[in-house]
Design a protein around this ligand. Sequence first.
Ligand SMILES: Nc1ncnc2c1ncn2[C@@H]1O[C@H](COP(=O)(O)OP(=O)(O)OP(=O)(O)O)[C@@H](O)[C@H]1O
Ligand SMILES: [Mg+2]
Length: 272
Amino acid sequence: MEDRKKIIEEQDRKIREKMAKVRHKIAVISGKGGVGKSTVTANLAMAFALKGYAVGILDADMHGPSIPKMLGLKGRRLGVSKDGEIIPVLGPMNMKVVSMDFLLQSDEDPVVWRGPLKMSALRQLLAEVEWGELDYLLIDLPPGTGDEPLSIAQLLPEMDGVLIVTIPSEVSENVVKKSVKFAELLKLRVLGIVENMSYLVCPKCGERIEVFNTGAGKKIAEAFGVPLLGEIPLDPKISKEADSGMPFVVDFESQTSKAFERIVKRIEEALN
Ligand SMILES: Nc1ncnc2c1ncn2[C@@H]1O[C@H](COP(=O)(O)OP(=O)(O)OP(=O)(O)O)[C@@H](O)[C@H]1O
Ligand SMILES: [Mg+2]
């Protein structure tokens, strides 16, 4: 027991030491599954990297890690340095990526972990990974308000804040409310809301087509007094690109890419 306490203290010390070299830490959350958290994380990371920032991604979705696939890093493995540190996988633009997926033998392996085990895995990934100097560390979380977001909030109390990803539907208001309350409870700043799949871009002519309840994100943001950071179109290319492993934002001229650039700009403004 005494040993375990010592290990935890040592890891907490390492987290403080390492995270002091990471200028900004942002977690991406949502009360709902499948709204595009991982897509937003991967593309935002790319958009930050394209601006010249040093970027890392911690894929904290232990059960359904999807960042490696989106960044074309499936099948890669974490390394170990001479002094026993975990070496992240290098993604596009040299971003440092850490994911459970780099530890699993196969896609069919389920992760059957209870809360405390997830907490210690995340503690280890923050403490033992060679993160180095980073401008932005983005943390992709599973949906909801379970063990992973709680653990991250506890392990990184100095975090800059959370991005809430939502989609424009009737349920999203309640879903966002839950996320905002969760952030308040944990004393985390809500950097803003990203409305994903906001409108449709016609693949042929590029015209903007409103599919859902237009302006939902804006209304919700106003209701909760948090900024709406951006609206990302429902873009058929985004999922195709995700499957091919190249984040979408590299298609500079697209509206989707521009939407991500605007979000980056707003985050920079909010944090500086
Ligand atoms: N703006 C978009 N346009 C088109 N497809 C999108 C868009 N955003 C996300 N998708 C697609 O929707 C699916 C779900 O996205 P993603 O995995 O990012 O959601 P998530 O919120 O991380 O899901 P989970 O809750 O399972 O972690 C993916 O197939 C993704 O390619
Ligand atoms: Mg996800």
